[in-house]
Design a protein around this ligand. Sequence first.
Ligand SMILES: [Zn+2]
Length: 149
Amino acid sequence: MAGKHLSEIDIQQIVLDKEKCSVRVRDHYNLCDECQTEAVQYSLLFAAIKQQESPVFDFDLSEVILKELPVPQPSGRMDKYFVFAILVAAICLAAGTFYFFRIYISGIFTNFSSTSAYFILTTVVSAAIILCDDIVSRFNKLSKILNSI
Ligand SMILES: [Zn+2]
C-alpha cells in the first residue's frame, strides 16, 4: 500500500491491544502488508522479552539506592522556634492589616476591577511557574542520583 505507513508506536499498540487503536490505524493495518509484517516482528519480539527471566541482583538494590539518596538534616530546636516566630509574625501582620483596613475590605469584592483580576492572575501564574520549576528541578536532581547508581 502506498502512502504513509503507521508509526512504530501505532504498530506496537496494535500488537499489544488492537481494540484501543483508532479506526484509521486499524484500517491501514488491515490493508497494508508492510505494516502487518512489522507487527508480526514486534509480536515475536514481545514474546521473546516475556520469556526472558527477570534479572536477579546479587546485592540489595534498595540498600544501594538509600545510600545514594541525600540524608535529611535533623532540624534543631532553634529552627522550630524560628519557624514558629515567623508564623506568629505573619499572623500578627495579617491581623493588623485586616484591623487597620477593615473599612476597605468590603469594597474589595464590590469594586473588583479587571486590573485587580490581572494582578491576581499574574501572581497566581507566577507562583505556579515557580512551583513547577521547583518540582522539575527536584525531579531532575533525583533522577540524576538514580541514574548514577
Ligand atoms: Zn503501512
